[in-house]
Design a protein around this ligand. Structure first.
Ligand code: NAI
Length: 333
């Protein structure tokens, strides 16, 4: 039995995490949940944004499943997501994107995994504002150690999963220092894996190529901000934010969460698609070595996705979040 820290989160978070725990319970997955929360919800209840009890729980369990947390735009508190990633050194943000039968997309044959550096760059939290001069500095701090770790992780993943190519997306023509540190770190990692093709592309060209011919990409590695943006772009390639999973992985601790945010526009209405959250839960099961349980639930999910009328509105169906979860449960073999 695995004990997992469950963070329901804000907005649609409680609805989609419940869908996952219901499906796991029906499938008799050997996990027990330790529920802890953070963010706007806990702040409204207790005045605490990131309760110590949550940190202690993650410290103990080493694995978490997390719903999205709201971060105020342009003001207010610093992102709890970033704080968690930095606190537990979850330096890999792993986001697979693949076309799936039953999920409408303009493309076919996409099967890529994005590795986003998750703790540095423009998300380092180094911001200064001189009101008198009207100058804002947002510093993108990139370390050699951080570059090496994410590049090695991307190549190690590619080798382990029989992937053929790693593409680095960067902006080293303009950001010459940070960009070339990333290129050099990737070249060094590539030397350890001669069977894997390594290429690099400037981020603007990368965006065009992803939209134009996404099936050419296999594993992509990039810095924090570019990865944040590219992963939503990749979600758009394969059916939208409701279906794309993610994982924040460190050497000791891992937190699994969907790519999307708290979706305040549909929160509390039973409209959210729990697929992205469920797929994140399946990544978690593989991480825990529970491959058979993950494969069984994935088959039930894929069977459900082929029945359009049994899916949520974003996929063209009429099912609510909880009805969708029940449909997955009904499809468990
Ligand atoms: P969002 O991802 O929450 O929503 C963007 C659009 O996608 C909305 O129209 C929403 O309804 C739709 N959408 C998202 N998830 C969906 C799902 N499961 N099923 C169906 N439709 C879905 O992005 P937005 O609106 O920019 O951000 C809202 C809040 O979420 C912000 O406070 C942001 O900081 C936070 N956020 C949190 C993340 C996290 O906790 N990891 C990641 C991204 C954003």
């Amino acid at each position: 039995m695995h004990t997992i820290t469950l963070i329901p989160g804000d907005g649609i978070g409680p609805e989609i995490t419940k869908a996952v725990t219901d499906i796991f319970a029906a499938a008799q997955v050997p996990v027990q949940w330790e529920e802890q929360n953070a963010g706007q919800t806990t702040f409204d209840q207790s005045g605490e944004l990131l309760p110590q009890a949550l940190l202690d729980s993650l410290e103990r369990n080493k694995v978490g499943l997390k719903g999205p947390l709201t971060t105020p735009v342009g003001k207010g508190f610093r992102s709890i997501n970033i704080t968690l990633r930095q606190k537990f050194d979850l330096y890999q943000n792993v986001r697979p994107a693949n076309t799936t039968e039953g999920i409408a997309s303009r493309y076919s044959g996409i099967d890529l995994v994005l590795f986003r550096e998750n703790t540095e760059g423009l998300y380092s939290g180094l911001e200064m504002f001189d009101e008198r001069l009207g100058i804002a500095d947002s510093i993108a701090r990139v370390t050699l150690d951080g570059c090496r770790k994410i590049c090695r992780a991307a190549f190690a993943y590619a080798a382990k999963h029989g992937r053929k190519k790693v593409t680095l997306a960067h902006k080293a023509n303009i950001l010459k220092l940070a960009g070339s540190m990333m290129i050099n770190a990737c070249r060094a990692a590539a030397e350890e894996y001669p069977e894997i093709i390594f290429e690099d592309k400037i981020i603007d060209n990368m965006c065009m190529q992803l939209v134009n011919k996404p099936e050419q990409f296999d594993v992509i590695v990039t810095t924090n901000l570019f990865g944040d943006i590219l992963s939503d772009l990749c979600a758009g390639l394969v059916g939208g934010l409701g279906v794309v999973a993610g994982a924040n992985i460190g050497d000791e601790t891992a937190i699994f969460e969907a790519v999307h945010g708290s979706a305040p526009d549909i929160a509390g209405q039973g409209k959210a698609n729990p697929t992205a959250m469920l797929r994140s839960g399946l990544m978690m099961l593989h991480h825990l070595g529970e491959h058979a349980h993950a494969d069984r639930i994935e088959q039930a999910l894929n069977a459900t996705l082929k029945q359009k009328d049994k899916c949520t509105g974003d996929l063209g169906g009429k099912a609510s979040t909880s009805e969708f979860a029940q449909n997955v449960i009904d499809n468990l073999a």
